[in-house]
Design a protein around this ligand. Sequence first.
Ligand SMILES: [Zn+2]
Length: 310
Amino acid sequence: MQVIGHQKEKELLSKYLNKNQSSYSFLFEGKEGIGKKLLALYTARGFLCEKERNFGCGECENCRLTDDLISNIYEGTNLSPNPNIKLITSENGRDIKISQIRDAIDFLKLKSKEGKVIIIENAEKMNTEASNALLKTLEEPPENSMIILTTTNQNKLLPTIISRCYKIRFNPLPKEEIYQFLLHKDFSESDAKTFSVLSDGSLSLYSAVKENPKIYQFAKDLALLFLDKNLRIEGIINLADILDKLDNKDLSIVLQIVQTILHKKMLKGEFDIDLYDRLLKEYQEFEKAIKAGVKKKLAVEGMYFNVKGG
Ligand SMILES: [Zn+2]
């Protein structure tokens, strides 16, 4: 697994790592799906590496164990991961609790030759008690330890936490880098082009589509039905049947893709601007309906007929 892009962020990290401090605290901030966690894991690899710092030699026992952890996370393998790294995440969108932070701090204090690293993902999910507990450790970090916090919005963290970390601000990924990445993932040139625009600087959309590859095709099919000059009653009924089986998250991704495709078409004059405006309004109604528990099939059909029918 390779870190895509982020050359400046890597250079800045290298500078910090080359200071050879006995303990480090980092805050990685940037939008979802741009590789903060992966780069955090490589930073941990560098810190724990037996030969050199930076991002690790890739050959020593510790690097290999970190690579196994990375492979477990990104490739779904089941290897024995590096025991010197602990990941703390919010479960099902809930708060990160003080018990999780206490466990992590105890782990950080364990003596080991290589050191210990904790990575707290979506650190803004820490509740007040958890934040305060972490703050004490940031003030006096254990010897030979590294703490990495990742967040999409540092303003949701305590200012006292922010001020005790080296901050690395992650820029969105350039379209061209996403395009190249997708070509390597067996996307056709034309799909990679469309998709790199849809991706809006992050790989979140790619991850969703990787989990359920049909999503992209459904979105293209639905966009075609909107683009068709005629009302395609049978087409929408069939497609709505299929979309009905998606979960809410995937269905919402399908519709986001449809919006982006139609937005591009509208800018090129290939989709009527009034229809597009109506689509945006109907999409809000659609979301409300789904939240209110309306059957997805009916909500999709309703949106289509309202947009096309005027
Ligand atoms: Zn190494």
